[in-house]
Design a binder for this molecule. Structure first.
Ligand code: G3H
Ligand code: 13P
Ligand code: ZN
Ligand code: NA
Length: 283
């Protein structure tokens, strides 16, 4: 069934594990996320990014995800990933999303607070949970000097104030992860995560988690991360499987022959992640 991310994260909090939040861009990935969650008997979050909304459209994503969630044997939340505006949040809620992220991390603190607060007010009224971001989680391709890194990471004290002033359900933190493929091995700032966690009592969200070693993800979960976002690892598995088919038979013209193995590869990687996050058999 379709549920809010808020209720999944509350249970994750009690159980000390994290719920996987997987990005979906098309029918095959929507199906893969639900198939993987069912195979692992796990709660799961399906999320749509700006790119996914541009590619498939809000209505298509919502319709596919709601169909998949509605018939799933496990609880599934439909979440807006990195929402850009109040207007987009409202569009997503109207389309049936049960959870939204408002990403005001590019804004000065006071403006991030004001925008997030507005979103919380409207979302709460209709039972939709809200994730916000404090600090800047960039792309792995962004060139950030070591000296600048500190400046973009989440400040624990600020996090405490932000959460009190906005009333968000969960908070995305910048502790050294980045979106996309890492060049080396990412180094997470665990002491900072620990300080954030003692300053805010709500579930924390780890973005850019593809490419983060399992051990580091487990440690982050131990320190209070309850939602772990994965996109890039699904893309890699999906496209690699499609490429294998096309390389084996360059004459293949049936999209189903290309996409069915890609969907299977996505299921496999999502299942692995669910086990690492500790959410297997928690549905
Ligand atoms: O939040 C970032 C996601 O990994 C993907 O973003 O679908 O907009 O390229 P995109
Ligand atoms: P990755 O693509 O690095 O897994 O990041 C996903 C993410 O954080 C989506 O919000
Ligand atoms: Zn993200
Ligand atoms: Na990443």
């Amino acid at each position: 069934p379709l549920v809010t991310a808020g209720e999944l994260l509350k249970e994750a909090e009690t159980g000390g594990y994290a719920v996987g939040a997987f990005n979906c861009n098309n029918m095959e990935i929507v199906q893969a996320i639900v198939a993987a969650a069912e195979a692992e008997n796990a709660p799961v979050i399906m999320q749509a990014s700006q790119g996914a909304i541009r590619y498939a459209g809000i209505d298509y994503i919502a319709a596919m995800a709601r169909l998949a969630a509605g018939r799933a044997r496990v609880p599934v939340a439909l979440h807006l990933d990195h929402g850009t505006s109040f207007e987009q949040v409202v569009q997503c809620i109207r389309a049936g999303f049960t959870s939204v992220m408002i990403d005001g991390s590019r804004l000065p603190l006071a403006e991030n607070v004001a925008l997030t607060r507005r979103v919380v007010e409207v979302a709460r009224a209709v039972g939709v949970s809200v994730e916000a971001e404090l600090g800047k989680i960039g792309g792995a391709e962004d060139d950030i000097a070591v000296s600048e890194r500190e400046a973009v990471l989440t400040d624990p004290e600020e996090a405490g104030i932000f959460v009190r002033e906005t009333g968000v359900d969960c908070l995305a933190v910048a502790v050294g992860t980045a979106h996309g493929r890492y060049r080396g091995v990412p180094k997470l700032d665990f002491p900072r995560l620990e300080k954030i966690r003692s300053a805010v009592q709500i579930p924390l969200v780890l973005h850019g988690s593809s490419g983060v070693p399992d051990e580091a993800v487990r440690e982050a979960i131990r320190l209070g991360v309850r939602k772990v976002n994965i996109d890039t690892n699904i893309r890699e598995a999906f496209v690699a499987a499609a490429r294998r088919v096309l390389e084996a038979d360059p004459g293949e013209i049936d999209p189903r022959k290309v996409l069915a193995p890609a969907r299977e590869a996505a299921v496999a990687v999502i299942r692995e992640k669910i086990r690492v996050f500790g959410s297997a058999n928690k549905a």
